[in-house]
Design a protein around this ligand. Structure first.
Ligand code: UDP
Length: 313
């Protein structure tokens, strides 16, 4: 069995590569290293079932030999990354997805799309089931990511319906863990970095926005199960334990033992334009069709993540 993972040098792509190798698969990892980092996969160089190809998937993708599955994880994924790289974000989520689907079709391979809870935008219902169509501002700063992922989902369904490609769509909710970039701007690395270096934790707004944080190992397990299921419609994978950003800051202070203060700030740039006020997955579908549920609680996951970031500071 042989799979292609695009975005293999990223946070999730690298963990997925580990999982598929552990299951005995051969893995071709592809990344253009725009936001990915070779350090995430350096332990795999020399593994006889892993090959790495530096390539930008919005250019034609050539992979020789058979493939059983294409897992499309390439994309800038943090708000500051897609604000800094808006056009590559749109290209990888449109032309890149089309190329990855075309490759899957040519190889007779399954295709799995890494989609996102951002397809729900700033949701008007909470929790969000897969049947919710979302509330996205197409022309706002987050639109480049949200709409590229929505386009990717539409393109994936078109390849399934028109070409009969066996496709899967995972809608990934906030995920954290080792190999996130220290300065990717997301709240998990930001707060851990700030707590470990004695800087104030910067809560945007009044701290009442909510998120539901999932440890990476739960997500990887959900993705593995989804690929091996028969479900072609989107499936949410996330941890339903919803907390406010203030509560999250307090959890980071407790887990690190830091004496940092919590500062409430209003960024003047685009980072919080259209920032969803609430987010929580409805996991009913994943539980019933995949027999999946998250296992790692915030305290356990934070400890492992903090240990990792300590080695990076
Ligand atoms: N956030 C914050 N302080 C930070 C970074 C983020 O208060 O230093 C907030 C942000 O406004 C959002 C939440 O934390 O409400 C999660 O942001 P993140 O960038 O991690 O991911 P998102 O869920 O928005 O994609």
């Amino acid at each position: 069995m042989r799979v292609l993972i695009t975005g293999a040098a990223g946070f999730l792509g690298s963990h997925l590569s580990d999982r598929f190798l552990a299951e005995g698969y051969e893995v071709v990892g592809m990344d253009n290293l725009l936001t990915g980092n070779l350090q995430n996969i350096e332990h795999l160089f020399g593994h006889d079932k892993f090959t790495f190809v530096k390539h930008n998937v919005y250019n034609y993708i050539h992979v020789s030999g058979d493939l059983d599955a294409v897992l499309h994880f390439a994309s800038p994924a943090s708000p500051i990354d897609y604000l800094e790289h808006p056009i590559p974000t749109m290209k990888v989520g449109s032309i890149g997805t089309m190329n990855a689907l075309g490759l899957a079709k040519a190889k007779g391979a399954k295709f799995l799309l890494a989609s996102t809870s951002e397809v729900y935008g700033d949701p008007q219902i909470n929790p969000q089931p897969e049947t919710y169509w979302g509330h996205v501002n197409p022309i706002g700063p987050r639109g480049v990511y949200d709409e590229a992922k929505r386009f990717s989902e539409a393109m994936t369904m078109a390849y399934h319906r028109y070409h009969g490609v066996e496709t899967r769509i995972v809608r990934i909710f906030n995920t954290y863990g080792p190999r996130m970039r220290l300065h990717d701007g997301r709240v998990v690395p930001n707060f851990i970095y700030q707590a470990l270096t004695g800087k104030p934790l910067t809560v945007f707004g009044d701290g009442t926005r909510t998120r539901s944080f999932q440890f990476y190992s739960d997500l990887i397990d959900g993705i593995y199960k989804l690929l091996h299921s028969d479900e072609t419609l989107p499936v949410n994978i996330g941890n339903p334990s919803e907390i406010t950003i203030t509560q999250f800051a307090e959890a980071v202070l407790k887990a690190t033992g830091s004496k940092s203060e919590i500062h409430y700030i209003e960024p003047t740039d685009d980072r919080i334009t259209d920032d969803p006020k609430v987010r929580r997955p409805d996991n009913t579908k994943a539980m019933s069709i995949l027999g999946w549920e998250p296992k790692v609680d915030l305290e356990t996951g934070l400890k492992e993540t903090i240990d990792y970031f300590k080695t990076r500071i």
